[in-house]
Design a protein. Structure first.
Length: 327
């Protein structure tokens, strides 16, 4: 969190996803659904996070410097230099993944690192659905595998759509079709009604009050999820992406993916195969169960973090064994 001082007044400026509050996060989600120039997005996000609004007052020039008025609430109006705004707006690069091709052309894509749960519940016409906790820490491994399958479909659809479009500096919005189809499946899997016997005084219920995952009921929920506000859908996708980024940091050897460098219209890029990760989960859970089919279900119904810790330790042991064999 940065502190911006203007005329002796101090304002907090988030510079990381996990410093955002719910309102700020959803506002960024709304902006991400609009195809706008990157400079415009960064300026809008800057004013949004500072709580500033551009005033409809005549622009001023101080010397050669272009300036304009912004207000913070009803009492404070400031005259800001365009160069100062541009400097602060560049601090908003944290919301993007920025890549550059061989010719120096930059491409911007929204990339979330948010793992704090800012959307713990979503209100639908037929009731309230409740989501997982921070960082997916109350998921069972079986839930995670199903969610990953839908997320892999979403990523593939997104890449297919992006590959059919002309490259642009404008981050592309979420579109209808296969992309939102997989998005709805993911949300219907993660967000579920309260369990009928919910009692907040029972530790197990307090940790996760959602009803047990059922693929059949999840498919029925898809129809309800379709009516969700697009910014909320985008928010859940951003949050899940941020949770995945968090998990990769904690368990790097579980999520390592063999990628291949390929040339695509002059661009060199590293392409990861999400589907191979999904297939890898099945292989690794079988290894954890020591190929005992009777133990696979027990691992599948174990807390996600418990499984990932065991997988990470197993991978580290394999790496050490490989080193010994190479000597």
């Amino acid at each position: 969190m940065k502190i911006v001082c203007i005329n002796g007044d101090h304002y907090q400026l988030p510079t990381q996803w996990n410093e955002l509050n719910r309102e700020q996060f959803l506002a960024i989600c709304r902006l991400s659904l609009e195809a706008q120039a990157v400079t415009e997005i960064k300026a809008k996000v800057l004013f949004l996070l500072l709580g500033f609004r551009i005033e409809r007052m005549k622009e001023q020039r101080i010397g050669d410097e272009e300036c304009f008025y912004v207000s913070a609430g009803k009492k404070h109006v400031y005259l800001l230099a365009a160069t100062d705004v541009a400097y602060l707006a560049n601090k908003m690069d944290f919301i993007f993944r920025i890549t550059e091709d061989d010719e120096g052309n930059k491409s911007y894509q929204f990339r979330s690192r948010l793992f704090r749960q800012l959307l713990p519940d979503i209100k639908l016409k037929d009731g309230i659905l409740y989501g997982p906790a921070d960082g997916l820490n109350n998921l069972l491994f079986s839930e995670f595998v199903v969610a990953e399958n839908h997320y892999a479909g979403f990523i593939k659809s997104q890449e297919t759509e992006a590959g059919s479009e002309k490259k642009t500096e404008k981050p592309q919005p979420l579109k209808e079709g296969a992309i939102t189809h997989y998005c709805d499946k993911l949300i219907a899997t993660l967000y579920r009604p309260r369990r009928r016997d919910y009692d907040e005084n029972i530790p197990e219920h307090a940790a996760d009050g959602r009803e047990v995952m059922n693929v059949g009921t999840a498919e029925k929920r898809e129809k309800l999820v379709r009516s969700l506000n697009p910014e909320v859908k985008q928010g859940i996708l951003f949050w899940y992406e941020g949770c995945k980024d968090f998990l990769r940091g904690k368990f790097p050897h579980v999520f390592e993916v063999q990628g291949e460098s390929e040339k695509v219209k002059g661009n060199s890029r590293l392409r990861s195969n999400e589907q191979s990760v999904f297939e890898g989960y099945v292989k690794m859970i079988t290894s954890l169960a020591k190929n005992d089919a009777t133990k696979v279900d027990a691992w599948m119904n174990t807390n996600l973090y418990g499984v990932l810790i065991a997988m990470e330790n197993m991978r580290l042991e394999q790496i050490e064994m490989d080193k010994l064999y190479k000597k």
